[in-house]
Write a protein that binds this ligand. Structure first.
Ligand code: AMP
Length: 231
């Protein structure tokens, strides 16, 4: 009898300890400085020679992800074990997700969304993005409120196969968004960096627009120009 009790206590202790460890892991993912919305320029992403786009795309901005980030550009990932809920949970917004958060590599975007949720969404637990439906829905809403093409047009910037000053693009976006963006580029055989992503920063709780930390150098070139390619 005594040995049964000892075994039961042992199992309880092990189980309890591992449960506590998981909670602590989640806790560590809790604090982050910035909710970073990463938006892709589809023709720029698809100019990359490293991965071929397999779906139809046009001159469009689409969502890559909403990423909890730290001010020094580090970020937490795969924070808490929260399985992807049943797909029906996103029923109300699936059509919009397909339009604005589409996979460029697969006609079925579910794999992409599940990846983004597991890697980043689970780290957004204690913010205005908390919860799976909310994570996707809030991200969609923030994206839809940003007329990025209009901001570029207002600054006289349009897609072309000739270089545009990187700082002109940054300033056009900064003006429209009221916060400094991060710009990211891929590389093509033309020599100039190809603009592929614009990243926007929000306060994780109020979702106010804030300046992003300085980016890494992927868009730097000798001439200071980048390509905003046309589809
Ligand atoms: P992340 O892990 O959030 O930094 O995203 C990187 C992963 O997402 C890589 O596996 C990319 O190939 C994939 N990815 C990025 N953009 C897209 C997109 N528009 N469609 C599908 N997969 C994408």
């Amino acid at each position: 009898m005594k040995s049964y009790l000892t075994i039961a206590l042992l199992i309880g202790a092990i189980y309890g300890a591992s449960a506590r460890a998981t909670a602590e892991d989640c806790e560590r993912g809790k604090k982050f400085d910035i909710a970073l919305l990463s938006v892709q320029w589809a023709p720029g992403v698809c100019a990359s020679e490293s991965k071929r786009c397999t779906v139809q795309y046009g001159n469009e901005f689409i969502i890559h992800g909403m990423w909890p980030n730290y001010i020094d550009n580090r970020y937490p990932q795969n924070c808490c074990f929260e399985p992807f809920l049943h797909k029906d949970n996103l029923d109300l917004i699936t059509n919009e997700l397909r339009r604005y958060w589409k996979s460029l590599y697969d006609n079925d975007s579910w794999g992409f969304w599940i990846h983004e949720w597991k890697k980043h969404g689970t780290c957004a637990k204690f913010s205005a993005l908390k919860g799976q439906f909310n994570y996707f829905n809030t991200t969609l809403n923030l994206f839809k409120q940003m007329p990025i093409p209009n901001w570029l047009t207002a600054a006289g910037i349009k897609p072309s196969n000739t270089g545009i000053a990187l700082e002109a693009v940054r300033e056009a976006i900064r003006r429209g968004f009221h916060g400094r963006p991060q710009l990211a580029c891929t590389h093509s055989s033309s020599g100039l960096p190809v603009l592929s992503e614009i990243r926007f920063c929000f306060n994780p709780e109020s979702l106010a627009h804030v300046n992003c930390p300085a980016e890494t150098n992927s868009c730097k070139s000798k001439t200071g120009k980048v390509l905003l390619l046309s589809a």
